[in-house]
Design a protein around this ligand. Structure first.
Ligand code: GDP
Ligand code: MG
Length: 595
């Protein structure tokens, strides 16, 4: 145990975490130069393309320091608010953290939120000033920020460049010297914290854990304390670039377990593994079930592909424990699935994986948060889709989820950002100048407002100089209403949304305008109406195609006609028919783009 160090790297997105991790692996010869490809730990295609870490990974390195060999376990953490519970469990598996700050950017929202998580777990923080090779770096200013934030000494900050390999030996030395060895009782009852799991189609689920007390041996009968499930430890081992099977994983160390588990859902991050014959008295603190925060319908574009979509969803769920779904029907879209996601990024990931890995073309409906509706009979209904909203006369009140949001930006944009947040029904709770030019703002805001294009707007009004992080703080009462859209008198269920009453009129008006732009003209007029209950609150009209335009098209030469037909066929791929009106896919997402 004396020679083990468990650490993670916390950083804002793009501050160089993956690049530095690569350098550490190289320097400790964990990977040979031959196997080196940029950003080794981000192995999902999507992660590489987006340059973000979606799933966390752990990797073990050996490092000789002053003649002694140390085992360094690097626990990589996902870098997005959607996955903050996973981050918190990864941090709970460590004794120390490298806090990486880009010398040309300074401290950002994620730096701070992750730092707080690390400090809550009493981690030793090693401050690293990264990207000092950049011509635009401002080492002295950013060091000032770091000293202010951490209360550390200036000379504790290690200047580095993951790209150029500067500072790597100093960082490794600091990991050994400053981060304490793990504590724990090697002969006590087994308590191992599950902080990650991976899906392997041949071997089942690989569970990644950190032993807090006792040890885990190959062949042990084990029990997951929160789910109550029992397994045999068919294989245990450590994680290098490949898995290295071992006969035992000792107290303080990090390892993997394979025991024939087929379904990701059985393995819950934050759960405790113990030995069946000599169980621990209690589970490790901090376990909670991850709850989906955002809900949307997913439908196949071709209605005949419903069964294929079901199969794809089942497969996705095998390796994505956070994804939940159930069948749903929509009058407009047919058979599909109601899905729950951790957040907007998670939703996008699922949609993209369905399209790439399973070759499905899907329509996703307007996302919603989870409302609690208290009825006049004093019952509490969970409503996460407009269709589930009961008749207004039966509602006593409605509660919606609120978040605490942290935004860091330049002083110039403070006014505009406060304006935007106020418009999103937010309360400004705090405003702190980190330096003369950089400000931290804290808001309480409804999650429902973030679900619509808040990120995009924030980026636009701050020209990219704003970072955002948030956490769920609880439900609050709000006057929400269900807003319906009708096309030629038919309600289009997939276009309904739950919105705040004060915003319903503006919302209805803008949505009608947007739909007028998006709906293709047809041979007849289309009336677009927004309604709350029976009351029409907005109306737009799509004019009919002029006869002569049609005549021209269809009277034209044959090749042009064929081209036109082909084009129409392609266009149809993402069209849906409601009554006699054809609706393109974009229309179902139009709600997200309303200003
Ligand atoms: P992550 O999001 O924190 O994992 O960041 P990455 O490691 O993916 O790096 C983000 C971008 O910054 C990439 O384009 C890297 O090539 C670049 N980068 C990372 N470290 C350095 C560095 O030390 N110097 C410079 N100039 N660029 C870097
Ligand atoms: Mg990364």
């Amino acid at each position: 145990m004396k020679h083990i160090r468990n650490f993670c790297i916390i950083a804002h997105i793009d501050h160089g975490k993956s690049t530095l991790a690569d350098r550490l692996l190289e320097f400790t010869k964990t990977v040979g130069a031959r196997d080196m490809q940029a950003q080794l730990l981000d192995d999902m295609d999507l992660e590489r393309e987006r340059g973000i870490t979606i799933k966390s990974h752990a990797i073990q390195m050996n490092y000789t320091y002053q003649g002694e060999i140390y085992t360094l376990n690097l626990i990589d953490t996902p870098g997005h608010v959607d996955f903050s519970y996973e981050v918190s469990r990864s941090i709970a598996a460590c004794e120390g953290a490298l806090l990486l700050v880009d010398a040309s950017q300074g401290i950002e929202a994620q730096t701070i939120s992750n730092l707080y998580l690390a400090m809550n777990n009493d981690l030793v923080i090693i401050p690293v000033l990264n990207k000092i090779d950049l011509p635009g770096s401002m080492p002295e200013e950013v060091k000032d920020e770091m000293v202010d934030l951490l209360g550390c000494e200036r000379d504790e900050i290690i200047p580095a460049s993951g790209k150029e390999g500067i500072g790597v030996p100093e960082i490794l030395a600091a990991i050994v010297e400053r981060i304490p060895a793990p504590k724990g009782d090697p002969n006590g009852e087994l308590q191992a914290l599950i902080f990650d799991s991976h899906f392997n189609s041949y071997r089942g689920i690989e569970v990644i854990f950190r032993v807090k007390n006792g040890r885990i041996r190959k062949g042990d009968r084990v029990k997951f304390m929160n789910t109550g499930k029992e397994y045999i430890a068919d294989e245990v081992g450590t994680l290098g670039l490949e898995q290295v099977p071992k006969s035992v994983i000792e107290c303080g160390d990090v390892g993997y377990l394979i025991s024939g588990i087929k379904v990701a859902k059985e393995v819950k991050v934050g759960d405790t593994i113990t030995e069946l014959d000599r169980p621990a008295k209690s589970a490790i603190q901090g376990f909670s079930e991850v709850k989906p925060m955002v809900f949307a319908g997913i439908y196949p574009v071709e209605t005949s592909e419903f069964e294929d979509l079901r199969e794809a969803m089942e497969k996705l769920q095998l390796n994505d424990a956070a994804l939940v779904w159930e069948p749903e029907t929509s009058a407009a879209l047919g058979f599909g699935f109601r899905c729950g996601f951790l957040g907007m990024l998670h939703m996008e990931i699922v949609q993209e994986r369905l399209e790439r890995e399973f070759d499905m073309t899907v329509i996703t409906t307007v996302p919603s948060v989870r409302f609690e509706v208290i009825t006049t009979k004093d019952e509490t209904l969970i409503v996460s889709a407009p269709a589930e909203m009961p008749d207004p006369s039966t509602i006593s009140w409605i509660e919606e989820p609120f978040i605490k949001a942290q935004i860091i930006t330049k002083a110039d944009y403070v006014g505009a950002i406060i304006g935007l947040c106020m418009d999103k029904r937010s309360l400004l709770k705090n405003q702190v100048y980190l330096t003369q030019d950089r400000v931290e703002l804290q808001f309480e805001m409804p999650l429902a407002e973030v679900v619509f294009d808040f990120f995009d707007k924030l980026k636009t009004i701050s020209r990219g100089y704003a970072s955002l992080d948030y956490e769920f703080i609880g439900n609050r009462e709000s006057t929400m209403v269900k807003l319906d859209i009708m096309l030629n008198g038919d309600r289009v269920d997939a276009l309904s949304a739950i919105v705040h009453r004060d915003k319903a009129y503006e919302w209805g008006k803008k949505l009608c305008e947007k739909l007028r732009e998006l709906l293709p003209r047809q041979q007849f007029e289309i009336a677009i109406q927004a309604a709350i209950g029976q009351k029409i609150i907005a109306r737009e009209t799509v004019k009919a195609l002029r006869k002569d335009v049609l005549a021209k098209c269809y009277g034209g030469d044959i090749s042009r006609k064929r081209k036109l037909l082909e084009k129409q066929k392609k266009g149809k791929k993402r069209m849906r028919q409601v009554g006699n009106v054809e609706i393109p896919q974009e229309a179902f997402m139009a709600v997200l783009k309303i200003n």
